[in-house]
Design a protein around this ligand. Structure first.
Ligand code: ADP
Ligand code: MG
Length: 137
């Protein structure tokens, strides 16, 4: 599925609409400034009980717990698979309702077969293409 947006606000709205359909591990891909964190803000806003206030970018916090079983992980600053391993994400992956992972490709072998991938592709001006694919279902 592909969604088109023309502004930051539209991406937030798209995230909120998408929220109910997302669960498990969601990898967010796209270059710096593509809109991954913005989309996460919308998704979190669309989940009752999750608190979106703390969503910010960039941030030094690697793992955010927004409540309602919703986690947001940003691996941008991690360079090696060993660093990713040391986060001990297994518990979160096993128990969370929803885990949104920016730069999820850095998970390497920890990428679960069953997952959703969202790729954000910037186009001219403020337009974005948001591609959503499910794997392992
Ligand atoms: P990332 O997390 O992928 O690095 P951010 O979400 O932090 O990206 O930043 C996206 C930037 O692009 C913001 O400055 C936002 O205002 C801008 N922007 C412009 N158009 C859009 C759009 N359609 N959707 C999302 N962000 C947009
Ligand atoms: Mg980001």
């Amino acid at each position: 599925m592909t969604i088109r947006t023309s502004s930051e606000e539209e991406t937030i709205q798209a995230g909120a609409r998408l929220a109910g359909e997302l669960r498990g591990i969601v990898l967010l891909k796209g270059d710096l400034g593509a809109g991954k964190t913005t989309l996460v803000r919308g998704i979190v806003a669309g989940i009752p009980g999750a608190q979106a206030d703390e969503v910010s970018s960039p941030t030094f916090t690697l793992i955010h717990d927004y409540g309602a079983g919703v986690f947001h992980i940003d691996l941008y600053r991690l360079d090696t698979e060993r660093q990713v391993e040391s986060l001990g994400l297994d518990d979160i992956f096993d128990q969370a309702h929803l885990v949104l992972v920016e730069w999820g490709e850095k998970l390497g072998y920890l990428i679960p077969p069953k997952r959703t991938e969202i790729t954000i592709e910037p186009e001219a001006d403020s337009r974005r293409l948001i591609h959503i694919s499910r794997f392992g279902e």
